[in-house]
Design a protein around this ligand. Structure first.
Ligand SMILES: [Zn+2]
Length: 186
């Protein structure tokens, strides 16, 4: 499947990136979009995610449901697990995270599509501080569209949510994927 630029800039990063001095949502969302492009190239539903802590990327992941044959292998789940592992082992993160290993306090998840109920639940249990997502998902979105799991004050943790960042880019990739599927079916 071919994807037009500007998404094709292929760069390989170390797991933990350098601290970015003046970061903005777009900067990190572009990194999540690169992950979504990787998913698209592999025939996966193109959703990508990164976790940012102290202005550094501590996890990057894309959807791997097909490859792992695991319907729970959403980009967010993989990124949150990776980030928990990284922060649990990062010396700098330990003083604050000592009491709950792997807690994502102070972290932000950037994801190209609004999280589903499972991933919204994972954001709550990992105590992730912020969520920034791209496109809204009217079918399964649980952080704005169908439910407000991440902001429900009956739960023991609330996540600060920002939606609609680079939503058109995220939607474009999804539409390319589903266009490809429709062609295959013909
Ligand atoms: Zn999900």
């Amino acid at each position: 499947m071919t994807v037009p630029s500007p998404f094709f800039a292929k760069e390989r990063f170390a797991m933990i990136s350098k601290r970015v001095e003046k970061p903005d949502h777009q900067h990190f969302m572009k990194e999540a979009i690169k992950q979504a492009v990787t998913a698209l190239e592999k025939g996966e539903v193109p959703v990508g995610a990164v976790v940012v802590w102290k202005n550094r990327i501590v996890a990057r992941a894309h959807n791997q449901m097909e490859m792992l044959r695991d319907p729970t292998a959403h980009a967010e789940m993989i990124a949150l697990t990776q980030a928990s592992e990284t922060l649990a082992s990062l010396e700098e993160a330990r003083p604050r995270n000592r009491d709950h290993r792997g807690s994502l306090e102070g972290a932000t998840l950037y994801v190209t599509l609004e999280p589903c109920p499972m991933c919204a639940g994972a954001l709550v249990v990992t105590k992730c501080t912020n969520l920034v997502f791209g496109a809204r998902d009217p079918r399964a979105g649980s952080c704005h569209s169908l439910y407000h799991i991440t902001e429900d004050d009956r739960l023991n943790h609330q996540v600060k949510v920002t939606g609609g960042v680079m939503a058109d880019d995220a939607k474009f990739l999804l539409s390319e994927f589903f266009k490809g599927l429709r062609k295959e079916k013909r």
